[in-house]
Ligand binder design. Structure first.
Ligand code: FAD
Length: 505
């Protein structure tokens, strides 16, 4: 069972007298107690002065993190003769991919990643191997204009923004996207296209337009995959795909340890010693090499901060890239209703709706499960708005999502009577994430590649922030960065002097 995501259920259903209770408060209290202990500096005075009492056998490679990047790296290494240990802090695999299945609901609850953007080979090849289908996302788009929901022509507006970017060319000196949009693009764009561009940077890139690199966004929006706006969902959620990845490791030389919070990494030429906490016990393990897939938000913590991973010697080479990237904010609230009430509104006008947008609301975007029909609407906020909302507690966040929805339908639906449950996870406050996904700050060109660079044939880096092959910020980026880091490692082993030869790779 997950430990931070919360489900709220409706305890009393009288019209307008709904009470919301946390269905898992007890569980949350219990497990967050364990987590506090794991992070405490003084777990036990004896373990502080004595050597750690869980000392594992040395392995060839330690992978830190069992999210998409860590699991993909482990899979590649499992084809070699190397012994591999994956250390994961949480009580589950998947990291920022986290699917939950609820009785009576035909679609999974996705606390984190939900969509496959375009057709990235890293994801589609795995889906094929795993036999998991990708369901195309469809549905009409509706936009609040003059207080009324109207059909939105997003494709045309997006085309307008891209054309303006191509005409005004890539900025020769980097500047913030905010300045670029207002000073260079706005004169070529309609007011609606300006709003869309601003919303896309905040909502899609989870970025603050005043900090985000205009050059990085222009490259992203005018790049090779431009025009492929198709997106898909893995059937049964990302959880099914990652569970398949993890299950494939079982019969290999890879060991996977959950509940294992890495606290320090001491490294030198082809020697790594990792210490951490496992269910209240300190552990220590050695390896020749490590693949670090820690999220950007965790890597950026000062070494003395709570929840930081301390590197000895410090990662001096990573200081500049870490300072040039930002961990973007996103908040997603999955709202479950008695019925898909919007499908019956206004003679079925919204029956095939995929998206609803109300630009001024705290949660400006909602989507449905279309083409599947389920009584679920997902509320989404990204960028500075999400950052602000993240400071609220979960109950207040859910209330904001509900009030944004009421605003969207301007009182035409009795949302309170329909509301049944909400699911939310605050990734910004999650000690093992520290944000949703990364973006490049002004002047940060090359930061992702520098973050990904290997240190002394000993430390390798993967994770969505360390992808520089066009899929940053996504599950596909995480998967392909994991494969890339594993191949780099295997190449070093293949040419190296450590007496090990990979079987393949
Ligand atoms: C709300 C939200 C919605 C998203 N939507 C999409 C989407 O629709 N499509 C898409 O492609 N992407 C989406 N993303 C982004 C996507 O989820 C990530 O890019 C991807 O999952 C990152 O994978 P990763 O392996 O790099 O990192 P993670 O999944 O974060 O894996 C890193 C692992 O390291 C572990 N860890 C952290 N600290 C420690 C420690 N001290 N010791 C040991 N282990 C540790 C973590 O628990 C985690 O399991 C979304 C993200 C969020 C938050």
């Amino acid at each position: 069972m997950p430990w931070v995501g919360r489900a709220y259920t409706l305890a009393q259903s009288g019209r307008g007298r709904c009470r919301i209770v946390s269905a898992r408060q007890d569980r949350r209290r219990l497990v967050s107690g364990v987590c506090t202990a794991l992070f405490a500096d003084t777990v036990n005075p004896v373990t502080r002065v004595n050597p750690p009492h869980l000392v594992a056998d040395p392995v060839d490679v330690i992978i830190i993190g069992a999210g998409a990047a860590g699991l993909a790296a482990a899979r590649e290494l499992s084809r070699s003769r190397l012994s591999v240990l994956v250390l994961e802090a949480r009580d589950r695999i998947g990291g920022r991919c986290w699917s939950r299945h609820e009785p009576g609901l035909a679609v999974p609850i996705e606390y984190g990643a939900e969509f496959i953007h375009g057709r990235p080979p890293a994801t589609f090849s795995l889906l094929r191997e795993a036999g998991v289908r990708a369901l195309g996302r469809t549905g009409s788009r509706w936009f609040v204009n003059d207080g009324e929901l109207q059909p939105s022509d997003r494709t045309a507006l997006l085309g307008e923004v891209r054309n303006a970017m191509l005409t005004s060319r890539r900025p020769s000196h980097d500047l913030s996207f905010h300045a670029y949009l207002n000073d260079r693009l706005a004169k070529r764009l309609s007011a609606d296209a300006v709003t869309l561009a601003q919303r896309m940077v905040e909502g899609y890139d989870a970025a603050d337009p005043r900090r985000a690199s205009a050059r990085a966004i222009v490259d992203e929006w005018t790049g090779e995959s431009t025009g492929n706006d198709a997106s898909y969902r893995p059937q049964d959620g990302y959880g099914a795909l990652l569970a398949w990845l993890a299950a494939g490791l079982r019969e290999s030389t890879v060991q996977l340890r959950l509940h294992s919070v890495v606290r320090s990494v001491r490294w030198s030429d082809r020697t790594v010693q990792i210490e951490g906490d496992r269910l209240g016990h300190l552990f220590r393990v050695r390896a020749r090499r490590a693949i670090v897939t820690l999220p950007l938000g965790v890597l950026q913590r000062p070494s003395t901060a709570s929840g930081a991973v301390r590197f000895e010697p410090p990662l001096r080479q990573k200081r500049a890239p870490l300072a040039s990237l930002a961990s973007g904010a996103a908040l997603k609230v999955i709202l479950r209703f008695r019925h898909a009430f919007w499908e019956r509104m206004q003679q079925g006008r919204y029956r095939s709706a995929g998206f609803f947008q109300a630009p001024g609301a705290p949660f400006p975007t909602f989507w449905t499960c279309h083409p599947l029909h389920a009584p679920v609407l997902v509320a989404w906020a990204g960028g500075p708005r999400a950052q602000r909302l993240s400071r609220l507690d979960d109950d207040a966040i859910v209330q904001c999502a509900l009030s944004s929805l009421k605003r969207l339908f301007s009182g035409a639906a009795d949302i309170d009577a329909q509301f049944e449950a909400a699911y939310v996870h605050n990734w910004q406050r999650d000690p093992f994430a520290g944000g949703a996904y990364s973006y490049v700050k002004v002047g940060g060109a090359g930061a992702r590649k520098a973050l990904a660079a290997t240190l002394e044939d000993t430390l390798y880096f993967a994770g969505e922030a360390a992808d520089y092959e066009g899929e940053t910020g996504t599950v596909a980026g995480a998967l392909q960065s994991g494969v890339r880091a594993a191949h780099e490692l295997l190449q070093c082993v293949g040419r190296g002097d450590d007496g090990r030869k990979p079987k393949s790779g």
